[in-house]
Design a protein around this ligand. Structure first.
Ligand code: MF3
Ligand code: CO
Ligand code: CO
Length: 264
């Protein structure tokens, strides 16, 4: 494992990239309405990233990925490909995952949207569980702590709700690389890494209402869905380990969560 520690000047670039990724999610909110197609949303975000932010999407052409963002609806776990024929309906729960590159550095973040601001109690709880899992894991990490604390923290939260944690996909180190070491597992595990200031990685728990098992769409090779077609939810932030805690690089203005936390 080769974990790259970022210098203060690199962290400054990560802050810029993280802020730009967060702004895409802030910007797209009002457009997430019943009737809009996921391609329309993708095109609005692509225009914003390229022409307003003067950044680029890290996803476009990544291992052949065809679009700018990932938009995953209901039983789709991640990597939903924006499409003109996929229109949002009232009550859908939708994850929009945005990764931008600015000045060579990546910012990666996602959140759930509830279409029409109303959904089933199950879907509401699922969104709540994934955000609560992300926030608790961010509060748990810090210098000198073991990365296994992420899975240890999320596990009892998912259990409390009666939901499962996806095992096939994980968070990741991030910097000039989109997916750097280490892997960040969201379930209980023994991938021991002692955290140090300058480490930057994502935490992005995918929580399923039913089984944790997933399948990849064999027609497009990308879109991951739950095996039992029950819904799934995910929130993601890019964070940096600091001298005495953690900094959230992709925080949105709307969030009731601190950007800088002292955790040790
Ligand atoms: N943004 C995703 C992540 O959180 C990765 C998407 S890769 C893509 O790691 F190719 F599907 F866009
Ligand atoms: Co990520
Ligand atoms: Co992402």
């Amino acid at each position: 494992m080769d974990i790259l520690l970022k210098s203060e000047s690199e962290l400054e670039k990560m802050r810029v990239a993280g802020r730009l990724a967060a702004k895409v999610l802030e910007m797209i909110g009002p457009y997430v309405q019943p009737g809009v197609s996921t391609l329309e949303l993708d095109e609005i975000m692509q225009h914003y990233i390229e022409d307003e932010e003067h950044a680029i999407s890290a996803c476009l052409n990544y291992h052949g990925y065809p679009k700018c963002t990932c938009i995953s609806i209901n039983e789709e776990v991640c990597h939903g490909i924006p499409s003109p024929s996929r229109r949002l309906r009232k009550g859908d729960i939708v994850n929009i995952d945005v990764t931008v590159i600015k000045d060579r550095y990546h910012g990666d973040t996602s959140k759930m949207f509830i279409v029409g601001h109303e959904t089933t109690p199950l879907c509401k709880k699922l969104c709540q569980c994934s955000q609560e899992s992300l926030y608790a894991a961010i509060r748990a990490v810090g210098p000198g702590k073991n990365l296994t604390i992420v899975g240890e923290t999320i596990s009892p939260i998912a259990k409390k709700y009666g939901f499962s944690i996806v095992r096939d996909y994980c968070g990741h180190g991030i910097g000039t690389g989109f997916h750097e070491d280490p892997q960040v597992l969201h379930y209980r595990n023994e991938m021991s890494v002692i955290l140090e200031p300058g480490m930057t990685f994502t935490i992005e728990p995918m929580i399923n209402a039913g089984t944790h098992k997933c399948t990849v769409n064999h027609k497009n090779g990308w879109t991951v869905t739950t095996k039992d077609k029950m819904p799934s939810a995910q929130y993601e932030h890019t964070i940096a380990i600091t001298a005495d805690g953690v900094e959230v690089l992709t925080l949105r203005d709307e969030e009731d969560f601190p950007r800088i936390l002292k955790t040790v």
